[in-house]
Write a protein that binds this ligand. Structure first.
Ligand code: ADP
Ligand code: MG
Length: 611
């Protein structure tokens, strides 16, 4: 490489730098981490901090730390850092400089040129400020590239066919959706919408409030009031949030988070993905409205999109792809690491300018969804063949995901886990690749929770485990060939077999299964043993109990808290008593009491609001 050009994603929350090597994008790491948090700060001794160190001190020393400077780019303002004031491009220059040095150190040569990405809706002032930041960092900015364009480059750098791609980018503090049109290497942004005040930080804040409220109910202490407790908790909930993208529930544990009557208090709390997703759903719904507007502006119907691409760390939350798929009718791609996608695209653009030949970013993915059979009684009738995907198709490998399920019957002692590969909602159209039974479950009411986890490695070896949440009782199975494709004819065969089964189901005896059992089946077992008179003890998806009640209680509490400040003193005491009754019922998981307490609270709210 004579005169290397680097590609930089200068993000609101995180930044990265990449180049293309041997035809493939490569993101430079430091200490094993490709991400440089976009934070700039001064240490106590006045030393300049960029990245993680600055991020770590932000909550406790905000006066010495600058965050989200990208929001101010192009404005005629100054920010304070210690006793000095800086223009936004000067702060950005410090981040760019750190990235430039990271790249030069690893390339073993000086770097002078860069491609830098910006949001599609950045105006001229914002673009110029970005260019200037590059120059201040000692970089010649050879191109300012739109972020969605960069992202689409990673999926197909030189597609000859016309492609329309929707890029949904949900980062730490901002949301953008763009529709780009690509053909013969020319990429045009057709439309772009967004919300500059919506992102992962807001999700952290919601989860933070949720935890603070629960802790307050339990111990009567406001963790938000102490700056150090707040800092610790914010970091803990951010980490918890990330884990919830892959796991159905997590345990949040922080020792010595507070003190009461001279005694140390520890934080121990369980958070399910469902609870978390309920918290953020209203914000995600807002992003879906932007998606709608972007489509309208581009004058396109969802069906005209060739691809939907997810970018930004926050798109790892499974609810994002679920809502998008519902809205757009196609599965979104996220096989190129959403955190690094834009930086890789910038690296690809840099390489194209250099005249290098670049291929698409190939990653190993699972071509089929993997999941288990369960019972669905959400729609009024029992349907015992619902496919519940756990690792969805196009997930990058190795991949690990878990989902929560619950028992159907009181005192259900055992559960059969049947593992399927495929995309149909009905498992009978998918491919059964394994099964096992977990026995000896606790003698408890229906709704006993089990976490089913799938771990899939690069060689296609799939480990499926089921764990009773309350006791830790666990069983698993290893399936060797989970990535093997099954042929189209097999699907057709399965469909035909099923049609015949339906026809015969009223009269079928067990023996009938033999003659219609096709020879191409994979197992020595019968494909669908006894299923029409199913006694197989299956699970239902999700944690069943208390969902509706918790949601109702949360909404009411919020409303009541707002009113609390405005009401007369005698009403306030009564209102507080009722608030506490609701909180206690939720903490004690006494769902009937929750409903009762909510009804009482809702009555008094009605009266107070009118007064
Ligand atoms: P930006 O482009 O705004 O600089 P990023 O695309 O790097 O930001 O996204 C950062 C956000 O992504 C942060 O809020 C971070 O908490 C969130 N994030 C990162 N990993 C995950 C994950 N596994 N699940 C959910 N959110 C995540
Ligand atoms: Mg970004």
């Amino acid at each position: 490489m004579s005169e290397p050009i680097i590609g930089i994603d200068l993000g609101t929350t995180n930044s990265e730098v990449a180049v293309v090597r041997d035809g493939k994008p490569h993101v430079f790491e430091e200490g094993g981490d490709p991400i440089l948090p976009s934070f700039v700060g001064l240490a106590e001794d006045g030393k300049l901090l960029v990245g993680h160190a600055a991020r770590n001190q932000w909550v406790v020393a905000p006066e010495r730390t600058v965050k989200s400077i990208k929001r101010k780019m192009g404005q005629d303002v100054k920010v304070k850092l210690g006793d000095q004031e800086y223009r936004p491009q000067e702060i950005s220059a410090m981040i760019l400089r750190a990235l430039k040095e990271r790249a030069s150190a690893q390339l073993g040569q000086a770097v002078k040129k860069a491609v830098i990405t910006v949001p599609a809706d950045f105006n001229d002032d914002q673009r110029n400020a970005t260019r200037e930041a590059g120059e201040l960092a000692g970089l010649e900015v050879v191109r300012i590239l739109n972020e969605p364009t960069a992202a689409s480059l990673t999926y197909d750098p030189k597609s000859s066919e016309l492609q329309r791609i929707l890029v949904y980018d949900l980062g730490g503090g901002t949301f953008d959706v763009s529709i780009v049109q690509a053909q013969e290497g020319v990429i045009e942004v057709l439309s772009s919408h967004g919300d500059t005040q919506l992102g992962g930080d807001d999700f952290d804040e919601l989860l933070f409030k949720h935890v603070v409220l629960q802790f307050q109910t339990q111990h009567g202490i406001d963790l938000g009031a102490n700056v150090y407790a707040r800092a610790r908790l914010l970091r803990a909930v951010e980490a918890a949030k990330r884990q919830l993208s892959f796991h159905a529930f997590i345990r949040l544990e922080e020792e010595f988070i507070a003190e009461k009557d001279g005694q140390a208090l520890h934080l121990q709390m369980e958070i399910t993905r469902l609870e978390y997703e309920e918290l953020i759903q209203p914000l995600l719904t807002r992003t879906m409205d932007c998606v709608q507007r972007a489509l309208e502006d581009a004058k396109l119907l969802p069906a005209a999109l060739d691809k939907v691409v997810l970018v930004g760390g926050s798109t790892r939350t499974p609810l994002v792809s679920r809502l998008l798929e519902e809205r757009l009718g196609q599965a979104a791609h996220q096989e190129v690491n959403p955190d690094l996608c834009v930086a890789m695209g910038a690296g690809i653009q840099a390489a194209l300018i250099e005249g290098q030949d670049v291929g698409a970013v190939l990653v190993d993915i699972t071509p089929h969804s993997l999941g288990i059979r369960c019972l669905d009684y959400m729609h009024g009738i029992d349907f015992p063949f619902r496919f519940a995907p756990i690792i969805r198709r196009n997930t990058a490998l190795p991949g690990s995901r878990s989902e929560m399920f619950s028992t159907v019957h009181d005192n259900q002692k055992e559960v059969e886990i049947e593992v399927y590969q495929g995309e149909n909602d009905d498992v009978r159209f998918n491919h059964r690749i394994g099964n096992f039974r977990i026995t000896g479950l606790a003698n408890v009411a229906a709704g006993n929770q089990l976490v089913v986890q799938c771990d899939l490695n690069l060689d296609g070896i799939l480990k499926v485990s089921a764990k009773e949440k309350a006791t830790g009782l666990k069983k698993d199975v290893t399936i060797e060939n989970a990535l093997a494709h099954f042929e189209g004819s097999e699907i057709a065969g399965a469909r035909e077999r099923l049609d015949r089964l339906w026809d015969q189901s009223t009269t079928a005896e067990e023996g009938d299964f033999d003659e219609i059992d096709d020879e191409e089946e994979m197992d020595d077992e019968q494909p669908y043993p006894n299923e029409f008179a199913s006694e197989v003890p299956v699970l239902v998806p999700g944690p069943r109990e208390g969902q509706r009640e918790t949601v109702q209680a949360r909404a009411l509490l919020e409303k009541a808290e707002r009113l609390l400040e405005k009401v007369a003193p005698e009403d306030k005491i009564e209102l507080e008593r009722m608030l506490n009754a609701v909180r206690h019922a939720v903490t004690d998981r006494q769902w009937e009491n929750v409903t009762k307490a909510c009804n009482e609270l809702s009555d008094i709210l009605f009266y107070l609001e009118d007064a």
